[in-house]
Design a protein around this ligand. Structure first.
Ligand code: WT7
Length: 637
């Protein structure tokens, strides 16, 4: 059975797109009618970008897990929902059918309920990539609790900030996580995060690595024990909670241009429709296909294209615990062959790192099952695009370059695999319902087709964020106040004569390091915590594999006997405060920073120096002390 709202031809795309703009409410009502509702909505959309207020399918009642699991049981009950491939190729993989997933999610709902979790509670999930992570998310969603998944690479301090911000009283974690040859101690990081915090009522710990962990009486319980307790009470149906269409589904923290990460909030119905609609259309998923998204569920990509998008479509989602380069750089290809993956969706940084290993990792691999290749997270350079196309796709798989953000819920701009044309390094055309525009530095819309400017969106789509948790004003300021009545993405963008979009990178103080989003202010705050650091300024610079690297200029006045040791100390500090993902790649000690007379750091100059563009620094006439620039140039790493 084909999916009724899949776009199948280019003409079809143009027609559907037109309707989505001319009659958005009618368009989305038609799409939404294919989902399972307890109660039909009475208004499709209510919105203004001033406050902002964004609500979809008002008055509608549903539960996302009935859409992701229950409604498939009749036809797909025995089909795999999740195929899980472990880190170690020697360990056996696991398959969860839709029926098994249903049972396990309900079991875990009972566990959550027994441990005091109620509808509306915030539950923090800090786990490795094992099926229990998806089960935990879905169980929260089924009972109406709001999950907040934190990527396993974040430090205790980062977890603590997020727990406090979300007021999360419940935590689900693992003893540890396997990633490549590493065994990451998750529970002990949670223990560090909880020192001095007394509002957390329960920590549920799943066993994965058998690392010794402390279990605090009255607070910590084992996942397996709790499930056993539920099992001895017999198979118990756990009815899905009837939720309002606009109730929050989850919070996901992401970095912005200010120091503190913000909790992006997505609401149930709109997010469901958007994740599902884009999944089916962008990847052109067909019944029985195996969809392999290599992202970590700790990021939005994993939420939308490992869990909610595929499951809502009754797809088979391949979930991989490991990394592309362990035990060797052929691991992705081995996983593709082993499970006959049809769609591969990964990040340009992974592609670039694998390019470096040459042809050997492909020996003995067929990759014949692949039909569609996708990338996400950062701009893809032409060389990586071509390599992906010829080496992995053997020239026969359409490549989709999907542009989107944590805030957008799922893909906004992308070609549709094999349906609309691809163009290397271009995300190409907007999804139906998405109305992009470019603005110049004065905030005026650029009407010429071929242009470059800042990328904005002028009309809501179902997956748009609703608020930033606990601070709606921050949401307004961040996304809806730069340009009147527009959602501002923070990205710079080119548009070609045919209306294809190419996203060139952030124009705000946000870095994209290996597809991970980091705020420069956030990294500076962490560096400044180090004893001896007077002031710092962080900028990005082009990095062959990571896309962007972190370049830190630091004024240091502590004891300065061993420069390299100080660098290591600062890196340790950043790892403690944020996590290893934010470690500076380069640290240059400087006598001062280039500032304007009003005391503002001129980052443009620092960026140019870090990029190696020493000669042409542009206008430096407003500098307080031009000599500083000379000294910084001389000390460049
Ligand atoms: C930022 C969003 C999308 C989920 C993963 C990252 C950059 C994302 C692309 C792309 C060029 C891209 C943008 C965006 N980005 N996809 N296909 N081409 N740039 O989500 O952490 O919220 O980061 O990633 O700069 O603003 P995120």
């Amino acid at each position: 059975m084909a999916f009724p709202y899949q776009i199948k031809t280019l003409e079809d795309y143009h027609q559907v797109y037109r309707r989505s703009v001319d009659d958005p409410e009618g368009f989305w009502a038609d799409i939404a009618s294919h989902f399972y509702w307890r109660k039909q909505w009475n208004q499709v959309l209510e919105w203004n970008f001033k406050e902002p207020t964004i609500n979809w399918f008002l008055g509608g009642k549903l539960n996302i897990t009935e859409n992701c699991i229950d409604r498939h049981l009749g036809t797909l009950g025995n089909k795999p929902a999740i195929i899980w491939e472990p880190n170690d190729p020697e360990e056996h993989y696991r398959v969860l059918t839709y029926r098994e997933l249903h049972t396990k999610v309900m079991q875990f709902c009972n566990v959550l309920q027994n441990n005091g979790v109620k509808k509306g509670d915030r539950v923090c999930i800090y786990m490795g990539m094992i099926p229990e992570l998806a089960i935990a998310m879905l169980a929260c969603a089924r009972m109406g609790a709001i999950h907040s998944v934190i990527f396993g690479g974040f430090s205790a301090q980062s977890i603590r900030d997020r727990l406090i911000d979300a007021g999360a009283e419940y935590i689900i974690t693992c003893d540890g996580a396997f990633r490549g040859n590493k065994d990451i101690p998750l529970k002990s990081t949670i223990d560090d995060a909880l020192v001095g915090i007394d509002f957390v009522k329960r920590v549920i710990v799943a066993i994965r690595t058998h690392t010794p962990v402390s279990m605090i009486k009255g607070r910590d319980v084992w996942w397996e024990d709790e499930v056993k307790k539920v099992e001895t009470m017999g198979e118990r149906y756990f009815p899905a909670e009837e939720m309002d269409a606009n109730d929050p589904l989850f919070i996901l923290y992401t970095s912005g241009s200010t120091g503190k990460p913000k909790g992006v909030v997505h609401a149930i119905a709109g997010y469901l429709v958007w994740a599902n609609y884009t999944f089916l259309n962008v990847f052109q998923y067909e019944r029985g296909d195996v969809h392999f998204c290599t992202a970590d569920i700790g990021w939005i990509t994993g939420h939308s294209y490992i869990v909610y998008g595929p499951l809502s479509a009754g797809a088979t989602s391949l979930m991989f615990e490991g990394i592309p380069t362990w035990p060797d750089a052929g691991r992705f290809w081995e996983v593709v062959d082993k499970h006959k993956a049809n769609i591969l969706y990964t990040a340009p940084t992974a592609i670039r790192s694998l390019m470096g290993f040459g042809d050997a990792p492909f020996e003995g691999k067929s990759l014949d099952s692949l039909k569609v290749l996708g990338t996400v997270g950062e701009p893809i350079n032409e060389e990586a695009w071509n390599w992906y196309n010829t080496k992995v796709g053997k020239g026969k798989c359409p490549i989709i370059d999907t542009w989107w953000q944590t805030e957008t819920g799922a893909t906004l701009i992308s070609n549709l695999a094999g349906v609309t044309p691809s163009k290397p390094t271009y995300a190409t055309l907007p999804m139906p319902g998405v109305q992009p525009l470019l603005v110049d530095e004065n905030g005026h819309e650029i009407h010429e087709m071929e242009a470059s400017g800042n990328l904005c969106i002028k009309f809501p789509w179902p997956g748009l964020l609703r608020t930033t948790y606990g601070d709606h004003e921050r949401c307004r300021l961040n996304y809806f106040s730069t340009y009147e009545n527009l959602y501002f993405t923070g990205d710079g963008c080119l548009r070609d004569e045919n209306g294809n979009y190419r996203i060139t990178g952030r124009v705000d103080d946000v870095l994209n390091v290996s597809g991970h989003r980091l705020g420069t202010a956030e990294i500076e705050n962490a560096i400044n915590m180090h004893n001896g650091v007077v002031e710092s300024a962080v900028v990005g610079y082009p990095h062959d594999v990571k896309g962007q690297g972190v370049y830190a200029y630091i004024i240091y006045n502590g004891l300065f006997d061993d420069e390299n040791l100080i660098r290591q100390d600062i890196i340790q500090t950043v790892t403690r405060i944020i996590g290893a993902i934010a470690k500076p790649d380069k640290i240059q000690f400087v006598p001062g920073l280039p500032k304007t007379r009003s005391g503002k750091i001129m980052r443009r100059i620092l960026r140019k120096i870090a990029e190696g563009e020493i000669e042409n620094l542009g206008d430096t006439s407003t500098l307080l002390d031009p000599l500083i620039v000379e000294e910084i140039k001389n000390g460049k790493l």
